[in-house]
Design a protein around this ligand. Structure first.
Ligand code: MG
Ligand code: ZN
Length: 216
């Protein structure tokens, strides 16, 4: 019984996600679902994207948080259009929540829409929201074993940003071991080692994004 209920929920989600995807395609918007644990640096990454890509791409962000509008305020201050979804306790975004927030955006006036998912390394990976690509962050403070312990998000994502690499001298994290663990669960994943504090690695990530937006 329980299994079939879960299946039905996911099937309903997939239908709405498909409609979202068609809406994005009709309007020429490339959509990314950005996921990670809380505090890995999703919002800081968006601030950097606003600074470095804001002149080349028209970017909007849907901010998913359990509570508060803090992240929407931060990315708006970085020059990005921002819509906040407060999930009132839900620990991930689903396609229906994203669809309701699309009314607040002029999709035809956008090139890139980033859905910043609720900070959570588990269930956001189970729900597609209509995105063209999934990208995730894992900070070097979280430990190099995480791809093996929480494989689904790593398997579902096309890109992994290893964040906070400026902290590598101070934490016990073997970058090569971490990359190898990620490739064990997803051999094709693109990996970017970045620091939004020093700016290291961001150029590569931004070039990849520009390439993806040009060739959905
Ligand atoms: Mg955030
Ligand atoms: Zn959840």
């Amino acid at each position: 019984m329980k299994v079939s209920v879960v299946k039905n929920i996911l099937a309903a989600n997939d239908r709405i996600a498909q409609e979202n995807r068609e809406l994005f395609d009709r309007n020429g918007v490339f959509a990314i679902n950005l996921m990670s644990s809380p505090g890995a640096g999703k919002t800081s990454l968006l601030e950097a994207m606003g600074r470095d890509l804001g002149q080349r791409l028209r970017i909007a962000v849907i901010e998913g948080d359990i509570q508060s509008t803090l992240d929407a305020e931060r990315v708006a201050a970085a020059g990005l259009l921002a819509v906040q979804i407060e999930t009132a306790g839900a620990c991930h975004l689903d396609a229906n929540m994203v669809r309701s927030s699309l009314n607040d955006l002029d999709l035809a006036a956008l090139d890139l829409l980033v859905v910043e998912n609720v900070g959570n390394l588990v269930c956001p990976a189970e729900f597609t929201v209509g995105e063209h690509r999934k990208a995730m962050l894992l900070s070097v403070t979280e430990g190099e074993d995480k791809p093996l312990k929480y494989p689904l998000m790593f398997q579902e994502s096309q890109a992994l940003l290893i964040s906070k690499i400026d902290l590598l001298p101070y934490v016990r994290c073997d970058l090569e071991k971490l990359k190898a663990a990620a490739r064990t669960v997803n051999p094709g994943i693109r990996i970017f080692a970045v620091s939004t504090y020093t700016g290291e690695g961001l150029g590569e990530w931004h070039n990849w994004l520009l390439e993806q937006v040009g060739h959905p």
